[in-house]
Design a protein around this ligand. Structure first.
Ligand SMILES: Nc1ncnc2c1ncn2[C@@H]1O[C@H](COP(=O)(O)OP(=O)(O)OP(=O)(O)O)[C@@H](O)[C@H]1O
Ligand SMILES: O=P(O)(O)OC[C@H]1O[C@H](OP(=O)(O)OP(=O)(O)O)[C@H](O)[C@@H]1O
Ligand SMILES: O=C(O)c1cccnc1
Length: 494
């Protein structure tokens, strides 16, 4: 479904430095030189063992609509440098005005479980275009991948229990809320309280009532009775406005009247206090009053750790309402996804891999036109190989950890799948939009096929991801050559 809020092309949704570089490439006559960039994160968020890819659909919609409008060009034309003269010359702005994207994009499907260093997106095409797209692609993929991952962790803690996403009121603005609802659903939440997200994305919507409803009546009993009268088919009573367990008893009284009228109370909601103790006591009251099927919903600053803890305490909570900590990814508010140049085409048509050195091994980039091959055994994911598509997989079938070359693994010749799939070719979308339900199911399937130790919250087991040994050797040589060249330049500054 097209995201109605984002109809206008948003070519200016980029960092100015992308445009300063674009200008430079254009002036040098290099705008059309082809390059390859990869979008990836280095470490999974939340000190976890994986991430769930999300946001591709919005990224593709952005790319499909990409163009500079006259008002964008006028604005760019008004920018000046430190001497007061225009930053960009008119001929460049005319060039931007005529630019139609012609890039190829290969991407990991949404809902795919991914790991550090693996490209989620590969963009190949004129370097000027690739460069302009860095910022919006990172913006669109980083956030949803972060939230889908947080949601997957919360769903892991909740087991088979439904999760209601209540984040809208605390989310970071309108898009922060809408895209969080979408990504949370992909990661495993069951429904959202955000009605606009429900309409836009087809996510099931659910809602109970607030304390204000109870407070607006003289008594809690009257509040529940009037709620039941207004909405007999959606009765989840919030019981903690005055005295929680007393509230549960009041809910049971109204539940009995509802039953006489042919309706069943759905449950009660706890929103404060000791949720383990209160849910255990509430369960007893509900059962004794003849409501064994009434669900106990809980909310109040929940996250995966509290849910896991409440479960270990034998809490009787059946449905989890999770807002702030899910929609804002409270404990890690950003995924550190990056977008790096990895190869550039020479005048003779050959591709030159490029590597960026760093003091930190994890920041040394991976050169080439990369693809990720996932190896499977009996339906389980056993290892991912990052290889250069132009070179192919080395027959040794060995992966080498990109941060520690002593860690290697030989992958058996089993079923494998390539994770990056064509999404755009020559600037035209080729991947069909997928239903959110299908994306969510993919995430569920893949999470289930991960060894549980990789899903563990504390010090998770590391899933084997590595460079194809041939690519590792090429990268190693490039690193040595680049170092050698630097040392030589230092010794012989002339
Ligand atoms: N049994 C429990 N074990 C672990 N954490 C709990 C338990 N019960 C509640 N919590 C969590 O403890 C946090 C604070 O709970 P607290 O009881 O202080 O909330 P409260 O009663 O609503 O207080 P406040 O009015 O300050 O919000 C919440 O994140 C809540 O989810
Ligand atoms: O706790 P969250 O995970 O963010 O879930 C959403 C919260 O929003 C509502 O509270 P409200 O905004 O009325 O505030 P309060 O309950 O903290 O007073 C609801 O009762 C939840 O407590
Ligand atoms: O429906 C609810 O219970 C709800 C919705 C948003 C925030 N807190 C609770």
């Amino acid at each position: 479904m097209l995201n109605e809020l984002y109809q206008p092309p948003l070519a200016l949704l980029t960092d100015l430095y992308q445009l300063t570089m674009a200008y430079g490439y254009w002036k040098l006559g290099r705008a059309d030189q082809h390059a390859v960039f990869h979008l990836f994160f280095r470490k999974p968020p939340f000190r976890g063992g994986y991430a769930v890819a999300a946001g591709l659909e919005q990224a593709l919609q952005y790319l499909e609509r990409f163009r500079f409008e006259q008002s964008d060009l006028d604005y760019l034309g008004s920018l000046t440098g430190n001497d007061g003269a225009p930053l960009f010359e008119q001929a460049f702005l005319d060039y931007l005005g005529q630019t139609k994207l012609s890039v190829d994009v290969d991407a990991v499907q949404e809902g795919t479980v991914t790991f550090g260093q693996e490209p989620l997106l590969r963009v190949r095409g004129p370097i000027l275009q690739c460069q302009l797209l860095e910022t919006p692609l990172l913006n669109l993929i980083n956030f949803q991948t972060l939230i889908a991952t947080k949601s997957a962790r919360i769903a892991t803690a909740a087991g088979d229990d439904p999760i209601l996403e209540f984040g809208l009121r605390r989310a970071q603005g309108i898009d922060g809320a809408l895209s969080a609802s979408r990504a949370a659903y992909i990661g495993g939440s069951t429904a959202t309280s955000n009605v606009l997200a429900g309409k836009m994305f087809g996510i099931p919507v659910k809602g109970t009532h607030a304390h204000s409803w109870v407070m607006s009546f003289d008594t809690e009993a009257e509040a529940f009775a009037q709620y039941a009268a207004a909405m007999p088919n959606n009765c989840v009573f919030l019981v903690d406005t005055y005295d929680t367990l007393d509230g549960v008893r009041q809910a049971c009284k109204v539940g009995k009247k509802l039953r006489e009228q042919g309706h069943e109370m759905v449950g009660i909601r706890l929103d404060s206090g000791d949720l383990a103790y209160l849910s255990i006591e509430a369960r007893k009251i509900l059962d004794e009053a003849g409501f064994p099927k009434a669900a106990i919903v809980a909310s109040n600053d929940l996250d995966e750790h509290i849910i896991e803890n409440l479960k270990s305490q034998g809490s009787q909570i059946a449905i989890w309402g999770v807002g702030t900590k899910l929609a804002t990814a409270f404990d890690q508010p950003a995924l550190g996804g990056v977008y790096k140049l990895a190869a550039i085409q020479q005048a003779d048509g050959t591709w030159q891999p490029k590597v960026k050195l760093s003091e930190q091994a994890i920041k040394t980039s991976i050169p080439g036109t990369l693809q990720v091959r996932r190896y499977m055994e009996d339906g389980r994911m056993v290892g991912d190989m990052i290889y250069d598509e132009q070179v192919g997989v080395d027959p040794r079938r060995v992966i080498v950890d990109s941060k520690d070359a002593t860690r290697r693994k030989r992958l058996a010749e089993t079923t494998s799948v390539e994770l990056l799939r064509p999404a755009m070719q020559g600037g035209k979308r080729v991947a069909m939009a997928e239903s959110l339900k299908d994306i969510r199911e993919r995430a569920q399937r893949q999470l289930a096929s991960l060894h549980p130790t990789i899903r563990r919250f504390m010090n998770p087991h590391e899933y084997p991801v590595g460079l194809d040994i041939g690519l590792h050797e090429l990268r190693d040589n490039m690193i040595h050559e680049a170092r050698q060249a630097r040392w030589q330049a230092e010794e012989d500054p002339s």
